[in-house]
Write a protein that binds this ligand. Structure first.
Ligand SMILES: [Zn+2]
Length: 217
């Protein structure tokens, strides 16, 4: 696997290019054995180097690498890694379209196959003040059975078995929000039924695609 810090820096740029954060907003991290590498506080996603990242010990929560202070949501990231041993990456964005739709009380649901293919289990967490232990606890708990989490009055968070999966998840949520707004502005959005979702999930093509995603580096 490519160096975890290099990968995080590379994906930080992709997140910024995709318009999923503004300024120094949002935060990303990835697991490297017992260390969690995190975006430093006050840095924009597209303006950090591997040396800028902060290495946190997942068990103690203490910073053991890097000179900068970690993202203010450090405890939220740590809580998720602790409740999800399979999590190798956690990407949190303040995606404008998705945040708007989520905060209007709309639960994003599948309208297209990508939503079903890529997002895993989805769920919503009500507003909790950012950077607090209360938010860290709520997200750690929600991540036990959700891979993509909609955060009211805040944004989106995706757990991935690798950085690519976490990135695709935040990307697909933003597209789903845009499509929802487009559909709702001209008519009534039609969502997939449970049967349609199950049928997509049972396709060999979808299983293969997920396997490639999860085994790819
Ligand atoms: Zn945030």
């Amino acid at each position: 696997m490519a160096n975890v810090r290099d990968e995080l820096v590379r994906y930080g740029k992709k997140i910024a290019q995709a318009g999923l954060v503004a300024g120094a907003g949002g935060n990303i991290s990835a697991r490297d054995e017992n260390l969690i590498w995190m975006k430093p506080s006050g840095f924009a996603m597209d303006d950090m180097t591997p040396e800028d990242l902060c290495g946190m010990d997942v068990d103690s929560g203490k910073q053991v690498e890097g000179q900068n202070r970690p993202t203010s949501e450090v405890n939220m990231h740590l809580a998720i890694y602790r409740s999800r041993p399979d999590a190798m990456a956690v990407f949190h964005t303040h995606s404008p379209w998705a945040s708007g739709v989520i905060t209007a009380g709309v639960e994003l649901r599948p309208m297209f196959a990508e939503f079903v293919n890529d997002l895993g289990r989805t769920g919503t967490v009500p507003y909790v003040t950012p950077t607090t232990q209360g938010l860290a606890d709520a997200m750690g708990e929600k991540a036990k059975d959700c891979d993509t989490i909609f955060m009211v009055n805040h944004g989106v968070l995706a757990v991935g078995v690798n950085v690519k999966q976490a990135f695709y998840r935040v990307l697909v949520v933003e597209d789903a929000a845009k499509s929802f707004v487009a559909a709702a502005s001209v008519g009534k959005p039609i969502f997939f039924t449970r049967e349609q979702v199950d049928e997509i999930l049972s396709l060999d093509a979808v299983k293969y695609r997920t396997k490639m995603m999860e085994e790819g580096k």
